[in-house]
Design a protein around this ligand. Structure first.
Ligand code: NAD
Ligand code: USQ
Length: 387
């Protein structure tokens, strides 16, 4: 199949490009490199030294023989999106290209507005491009488990059979997200579902949990193929941050009491889930939602797991929680759709943590210890984040 990956220069986009092209698909890579600009703005960098996309693509051709055409396009530019889709003519579009950090969206008004405009307008432009160029293109869109929040009932896969005052309907599962970023994904989901109803588009919304890990079977073949690994308070995600903090001899930064529980998955499962979704498309007019996670852990459990896998002393700091989120709550998620398509999860293991530790050991001189400290407080409407 022909697959256009939007956000191909990012943490998950780049490994997906390699994985899908290795799986025999013709892959195109689109990005506008804005993620690299956030690094400059925040004064942080990926722990792993990453190559520019053009060099990554060249290295991948040398290593694998696969060509990957690239498109430097901002999804906010609707005409350019149509042109790229018309030029590449994909069977499927994998859409990762959004501002994805909850703390970034909570810095202040400017960052909240930017996040929602970038994400919602970008996705609308993708929907219009598909409708205009070829409505049979399957949109595989990255949503997030955080769209649901932590309701006191089981979380279904996107839809809920609801009986109210004796009548029954199938409705989108109620959402209660925890940041303006997570809200942007809720708005996207509604726009995508609407487009499947009015234009008969086919779409899969992948409500993904927090991803951990960095290496994939493809990326380890050449150091130039490594993907980014964020550890700062804005873009670093919890398990990756804890492993890096452990190796640097810094306390693990558990926010609040650490009882908050999240769905998680290994980066190697992310790329496989995308392949499964792409190769098993939604029907025309179908808005399909898969909960893309393999296990749930509380933040305190993650800290404990990292501490016991690390061969050395590890201290845990319970910090005042800078976010507004439940720390003691029910969490039970249905996530059977991807396993039923064939997903065989890599469950969190000491081996994964050890391989991550090895990567961190190689690059630990690049770490700025100041970047571990959380600086964005949800309760403030303006955060003077220091860079
Ligand atoms: P990332 O920030 O590393 O990559 C996103 C890429 O999209 C970047 O390269 C960026 O330059 C590009 N981009 C952003 N706005 C763009 C625009 N307007 N036009 C063109 N390109 C644009 O993020 P990631 O961690 O790889 O996440 C990818 C997707 O998966 C995101 O949508 C995110 O919400 C979702 N997701 C990520 C995680 C996680 O743990 N990393 C978990 C669940 C869902
Ligand atoms: N947390 C800590 N200490 C830290 C960092 C985080 O206790 O040092 C806690 C947070 O308070 C939160 C949980 O860990 O309760 C997860 O935080 P995170 O920063 O790892 O993840 P989150 O902000 O939810 O966002 C990440 C990605 C986002 C994706 C989301 C999936 O950045 O793109 O959508 O994970 S989910 O959480 O399922 O919505």
């Amino acid at each position: 199949m022909r697959v256009l990956v939007l956000g191909a220069d990012g943490y998950l986009g780049w490994p997906t490009v390699m994985y899908l092209s290795e799986a025999g698909h013709e892959v195109g890579a689109l990005d506008n490199f804005v993620r690299r600009q956030y690094d400059s703005e925040l004064g942080v960098q990926s722990l792993t030294p990453i190559e520019p996309l053009s060099r990554r693509v060249r290295a991948w051709r040398e290593v694998s023989g696969h060509e990957v055409p690239t498109y430097v396009v901002d999804l906010q530019d609707g005409e350019a999106v149509v042109e790229a889709v018309r030029d590449f003519r994909p069977d499927a579009i994998v859409h990762y290209a959004e501002q994805r950090a909850a703390p970034y969206s909570m810095i202040d008004r400017k960052h909240a507005v930017y996040t929602q405009v970038n994400n919602v307008v970008g996705t609308l432009n993708v929907l219009y491009a598909i409708a205009e160029v070829d409505p049979s293109i399957h949109l595989v869109k990255l949503g997030t488990m955080g769209e649901y929040g932590t309701p006191n009932v089981d979380i279904e896969e996107g839809w809920l059979e609801l009986t109210h005052k004796g009548r029954t309907d199938r409705v989108l599962f109620p959402k209660k997200p925890g940041s303006f970023y997570h809200l942007s994904k809720v708005h996207d989901s509604h726009n995508i579902e609407f487009a499947t109803r009015i234009w008969g588009l086919r779409a899969t919304d992948l409500n993904q949990g927090v991803v951990y890990g960095v290496e994939t079977e493809q990326s380890v073949r050449d150091p130039r193929l490594v993907t980014r690994l964020d550890y700062d308070d804005v873009f670093g995600t919890v398990l990756n941050r804890f492993v890096i903090q452990a190796v640097l001899g810094q306390p693990l930064t558990v926010y609040g009491g650490g009882g908050q529980t999240r769905g998680m998955l290994d980066i190697r499962d992310t790329v496989e889930c995308i392949r499964l979704a792409v190769e098993n498309p939604a029907e025309a007019g179908e808005f399909r939602v898969f909960n893309q996670m393999t296990e749930s852990f509380s933040v305190a459990e993650i800290a404990k797991t990292v501490a016991s896998a690390y061969n050395g002393p590890v201290e845990v700091d319970y910090l005042d929680n800078p976010r507004v989120e439940l720390e003691d709550h029910y969490y039970n998620v249905v996530h059977t759709a991807l396993p039923s398509l064939g997903l065989e999860p890599h469950l969190l293991s000491d081996t994964l943590i050890t391989s991550l530790i090895d990567v961190v050991e190689r690059h630990k001189d690049r770490v700025d210890l100041e970047a571990f400290r959380p600086q964005v407080d949800w309760r403030r409407h303006a955060n003077p984040r220091q860079t």
